[in-house]
Design a protein around this ligand. Sequence first.
Ligand SMILES: Nc1ncnc2c1ncn2[C@@H]1O[C@H](COP(=O)(O)OP(=O)(O)OP(=O)(O)O)[C@@H](O)[C@H]1O
Ligand SMILES: O=P(O)(O)OC[C@H]1O[C@H](OP(=O)(O)OP(=O)(O)O)[C@H](O)[C@@H]1O
Ligand SMILES: [Mg+2]
Length: 320
Amino acid sequence: MTQKLIVATPSKGRLQENANAFFARAGLELTQGRGARDYRGAIAGLDGVEVAFLSASEITSRLARGEAHFGITGEDLVREEIADPDSKIELLAPLGFGHANVVVAAPQAWIDVRAMADLADIADGFRARHGRGLRVATKYVNTTRRFFAQHGVGDYRIVESSGATEGAPAAGSADLIVDITTTGATLAANALKVLEDGVILRSQANLVASLAAPWSETAREAARVILSRIAAEEAARTTREVRAALPLSDETLRAAEATFGARLRERQGETATFACPTKHAPALADWLIGKGAQSVTSARLDYVFNAGNALWGRLAGRIG
Ligand SMILES: Nc1ncnc2c1ncn2[C@@H]1O[C@H](COP(=O)(O)OP(=O)(O)OP(=O)(O)O)[C@@H](O)[C@H]1O
Ligand SMILES: O=P(O)(O)OC[C@H]1O[C@H](OP(=O)(O)OP(=O)(O)O)[C@H](O)[C@@H]1O
Ligand SMILES: [Mg+2]
C-alpha cells in the first residue's frame, strides 16, 4: 500500500497565518479541498502528500499517535500533551513564530510571594488559614505537576480551565494560574504577576515529525523533498551574496571568513562573490570598501540547495 505523507497544519488560531507563510516561503503551496470547511488538502505539484488542517492541539495528539507525519505546533503543547516526547516525535526546526512563555502567575496583591520557594512556604499555612489547599487554574495540567514537583510545592489542587484562565483568581475559582503569555497584557489586566523563577517553558512553533507514523517509501520520498525545500529557503534567507571588485590576498580572504563568516563563492578577474551570513553582510560591505572596493552589492537568493540535507538526515536517522 502506498501510504501518503500527512502534513498537519494549523487551521485556526495564532499559528495559522504564520504557518501558511512558512510553507509559501519554502515554495510549498498548500491547496485546500472544496468547501472552506473541508479540512483536507494537498501541496501543489507533490503527489504523495495529504494536508490536514487542524487545531494546534489536535495536530500534537495526531503526531503522538502517528496519524500525521509532519505537523506545525507549539512546543508548549508537545511538552503538555505527549508523555515521553523524545520517543514519539522529533522537533525538527524551531520556526521563529508563535513565541509564548508558559508561566506561573499569582495575584499582584500577594506581596510575600515572589518566587516558587515562597509558594512552597505558604502552601501549608494556606490550608490552616483557608481550610483548603492552593488551587491552580490551568490547561497545562501535566506541565504544572512536573514543575511544581521540581520546586517542592505539594499541597495544591488543579482546577482545569480551558479558557479565560487569567480571570480565575478574581472570580474566586482559583488562587493562581499556569498559562501562556506573550506580551503580558492579559496578566496585567487581571492584576497577576509572573513569579521570578516561574517561567516554565519558552515556547515557539516547531516543525515536528512523528516517529510513530507509518513511514512508507512514498512518505519518505515526499518528506525528503519537502525538507530539502525548507532547508533551501532557510539557507537562502540567512545568506546574502556579496559582490565587490578589489584585489584579494589569501590573507584578506581568511580575514573575511574569520570575521564575518563570509566564504568566497566565485572569482572572476578582480570581482569576488562571497556567501555571507545575512546578519554580517552590511559589516562585510563596509570592510570591503575599507580594503579598496569602490562599490559593494548584496543580493538576496531565492533558494540555496545543498547536496547534503541535514534536516532529512536527522529524521532519516530516527525513523530507521
Ligand atoms: N498569545 C500568544 N502569542 C503567540 N503564540 C501563542 C499565543 N497563545 C498561544 N500561542 C501558541 O499557539 C498555540 C495555539 O494557541 P491558540 O490560542 O492559537 O490555539 P487555538 O487554536 O485558539 O486553541 P485554543 O482554543 O485552545 O486556544 C499555543 O499552544 C502556543 O504555542
Ligand atoms: O500575554 P498576552 O499577549 O496577553 O497573551 C496571552 C493570551 O493569549 C492567549 O489567548 P488567546 O488570545 O489565544 O485566546 P484563547 O484563550 O481564547 O485561546 C493565551 O491563552 C492568553 O490568554
Ligand atoms: Mg488561544
